[in-house]
Each structure stands twice: as structure tokens, then as C-alpha cells.
Ligand binder design. Structure first.
Ligand SMILES: CC(C)(COP(=O)(O)OP(=O)(O)OC[C@H]1O[C@@H](n2cnc3c(N)ncnc32)[C@H](O)[C@@H]1OP(=O)(O)O)[C@@H](O)C(=O)NCCC(=O)NCCSC(=O)Cc1ccccc1
Length: 137
């Protein structure tokens, strides 16, 4: 394992769902105080032709923002279809970067989860995202 493959202390592997998730690479979770933070290592297979992390990969990660919020959701549903996802690519993410995703549950209504998140590399915000998820009855 090279230094670039290292998973920072305290992060534990999240079991990938079968299907598409398996192809995206490992996602990790860490408890930080009362919150959980997601972690992801950018590999060569995640790069675009400019040599930085592909926007589709960052959008996939943005759609993972409910994972660190699961303990805060009162609905017992196991799947929340995405109704809306907005994303700002604020700065390019280089190969081998370790991305940390910090999410907040803004509100849970009868039919919708509202959340937002930022992605950071070395403490600097590289992505901002907001999302709404459907709570099926
Ligand atoms: C260049 C610009 C677009 C605009 O910048 P502005 O607003 O004018 O502001 P500013 O110039 O201040 O820069 C802001 C920060 O960026 C940093 N920085 C800038 N240029 C470079 C550089 N060449 N290299 C390194 N860093 C650079 C800069 O230092 C600063 O960071 P700092 O304050 O030092 O920490 C910037 O927002 C950017 O690169 N965003 C990321 C775009 C991106 O990765 N998109 C996704 C991939 S595309 C895709 O795959 C398509 C797709 C999408 C969806 C689905 C499918 C496919």
C-alpha cells in the first residue's frame, strides 16, 4: 500500500450496495463528535480528460450525502429516491486526493428530506451541494 492509498485514522469502510456502487470504489465513514463524515480517495479511474476528478464521480458522491445522516432520519424507509440534486464544482480535485464530505440534514417533512453538504480536500471546500429526497408512504 502506498502513502496515496492510506485511509486516514478513524475511517471505516461502508459496505457497497450491489450494482453501480461496486464500480465507484470504497467509501469510508468516520464519527467526528456528534456527526459522521464520509471519506473517498480519488483514483486514476475517477479522472476526466483534464486529469482531475470527473464531475460525474463528484455528483455520485454528492448523492451519498444521506449516508452520514442516517442516524438523524426518523423515517424507517431504507431507500430515499433523489428528487433534486444541485452541485457547485468550486475547485478541481486532483488525483490521489482524499475527499471528506460533511453533510447536514436541514429538515425532514412528511414527504421530503432536505440536506446540504460540502466536500473538502485538505480542509478547503471543493464542492457544495444541496439535495431533496423523497420519503415514500
Ligand atoms: C476554474 C473554475 C471553473 C472557476 O474558478 P473561479 O471561480 O474563477 O475561481 P478561482 O480561479 O479562484 O478558482 C477557485 C479554486 O479553484 C482552484 N483552481 C482553479 N483552477 C485550477 C487549476 N487549473 N488547477 C488547480 N486548481 C485550480 C483555485 O486555486 C481556487 O482554489 P483555492 O481557493 O486555491 O482553494 C473553478 O471553479 C474550478 O476549477 N472548479 C472545478 C471544476 C471541476 O473540477 N469540475 C468537475 C470536472 S468537469 C467534468 O468532469 C464534466 C462533468 C460534470 C458533471 C457531470 C459529468 C461531467
Amino acid at each position: 500500500m502506498s502513502a496515496n492509498d492510506m485511509v486516514p485514522d478513524g475511517f471505516h469502510l461502508v459496505n457497497a450496495a450491489p450494482g453501480f456502487d461496486v464500480h465507484m470504489g470504497n467509501i469510508y465513514l468516520k464519527q467526528v463528535g456528534e456527526k459522521k463524515v464520509l471519506g473517498f480517495r480519488v483514483r486514476e479511474c475517477h479522472l476526466n480528460k483534464a486529469g482531475t476528478c470527473h464531475g460525474g464521480v463528484l455528483t455520485y458522491l454528492a448523492d451519498m450525502q444521506l449516508v452520514p445522516l442516517e442516524d438523524q432520519i426518523s423515517s424507517n424507509n431504507f431507500h430515499f429516491p433523489t428528487k433534486n440534486l444541485d452541485i457547485d464544482f468550486i475547485a478541481p480535485v486532483p488525483r490521489d486526493a482524499w475527499i471528506e464530505i460533511e453533510a447536514d440534514l436541514v429538515r425532514e417533512t412528511k414527504g421530503t428530506l432536505y440536506s446540504h453538504a460540502v466536500m473538502k480536500v485538505d480542509g478547503r471546500i471543493v464542492v457544495r451541494t444541496t439535495a431533496c429526497y423523497h420519503i415514500a408512504k
